[in-house]
Design a protein around this ligand. Structure first.
Ligand code: 3PG
Length: 363
């Protein structure tokens, strides 16, 4: 991307390098890290800085949403321990959760100065947090020469390229809040052969097309008629519905009043798998079902179809990435973004607060 300086463009020999990482990783109840891919994604940059002779590598991250208060379960100790198993050089230091300080989420000038004073050079290796205009993302680059990390660059490259994909290109978008995704969907419809909707987004479109959605999650604002009529926007032909703890499969036209749509059905999964197989490029963000309630089957089947196909793909969002992590695949064919919200925002807006901050950095 033009105007984005790379960490490779600067000499870090003997310097203190402040690296904003996104080690906001999922934990289980025993405070064990469930998925360390965000930590691993920063390692090439850390190794690079070490090899180039940085005097100190100071890592800044947020963890969770403590809202300015110190919360034991969100301390960085387990992450720091895990990091030690991945990098062994002594000049590295991971500082405590940035969001324990209420100034982090306020782009506070004084806090930015305090953080900037820790380093001589700043590197953003937190692509997945770069849609947040937080102090450590947009404030520090005003004060220090600032550069994109190696993974950050890769993310921007892959996601920007997905806006002019090889054809036929297929997009699958899950999740909720139609109104927030509408600009992105409109953009994708102009570039992709087909855009398939899963999750609660599909409920909104089914409703707008006059089909019953029972007690399913829907957005308050509804889908504009012009968009609902767009034939490139695809919805499931069958779904899994739940009523209490019972679930059944049914055609989309037969959802009963008290039932909730919880995933796409088998016929839809098969049809979408074939579409994946016929596509040259697939962009996929968001599971098709309510993942956290265990409705993961269709997402897993689609992930398998993707792995078995030969298309190029860009994947984003924690649950979608988790479905992919059950399979082995060539990462140069299927790029799994570390970002969920950041990926969607970059696709929709063509930039992020963290990218703009690097472009306008102090040097
Ligand atoms: C994420 O997990 O998407 C990033 O770390 C940003 O976290 P946030 O949504 O709490 O700002």
């Amino acid at each position: 991307m033009q105007g984005l300086k790379s960490v490779r463009d600067t000499d870090v020999q003997g310097k203190r390098v402040l690296v904003r990482v996104d080690f906001n990783v999922p934990f289980n109840e025993a405070l064990e890290i469930v998925d360390d891919s965000r930590i691993r994604s920063a390692i090439p940059t850390l190794n690079y800085l070490h090899e180039k002779g940085a005097a100190k590598i100071i890592l800044l991250t947020h963890v969770g949403r403590p809202e300015g208060k110190e919360i034991d379960a969100l301390k960085i100790a387990p992450i720091a321990k895990h990091l030690q198993s991945l990098v062994s050089f002594p000049e590295i230091e991971l500082r405590e959760n940035l969001r324990f300080d209420p100034r982090e989420e306020k782009n506070d000038g004084v806090f930015a100065k305090e953080l900037a004073a820790l380093g001589d050079v700043y590197v953003n290796e937190a692509f997945s947090a770069s849609h947040r205009a937080d102090t450590s993302i947009v404030g520090i680059p005003k004060l220090l020469p600032s550069y994109a990390g190696l993974r950050f660059e890769e993310e921007v490259e892959h996601i920007s390229a997905a806006l002019t994909p090889p054809q036929p290109a297929l997009a699958i978008v899950g999740g909720a809040k139609f109104e927030t995704k509408q600009p992105l969907l409109e953009k994708l419809l102009s570039q992709y052969s087909e855009v398939l909707l899963g999750g609660a987004l599909a409920n909104d479109l089914l409703k707008a097309r006059g089909l019953p959605v029972g007690a399913s999650l829907i957005s308050a604002e509804g889908v504009p008629a012009g968009l609902a009529q767009n034939t490139k926007l695809g919805t499931p032909v069958d779904v899994v519905v739940a009523l209490g703890s019972a679930a059944r499969a049914t055609n989309t036209g037969d959802v009963r009043q008290a039932e909730r749509i919880v995933d796409i059905g088998d016929r839809t999964t098969l049809a979408w798998s074939k579409k994946i197989n016929n596509a040259s490029f697939v962009l996929w963000n968001g599971p098709t079902g309510i993942y956290e309630q265990g409705f993961t089957k269709a997402t897993q089947v689609l992930a398998q179809a993707l792995v078995q196909s030969s298309c190029k793909a860009l994947i984003g969002g924690g649950d979608t990435a988790a479905a992919l992590s059950n399979f082995s695949f060539d990462p140069s064919r299927i790029f799994v973004s570390t970002g969920g919200g950041a990926m969607l925002q970059l696709l929709a807006d063509g930039t992020l607060p963290g990218i703009e901050a690097l472009k306008g950095s102090a040097v």
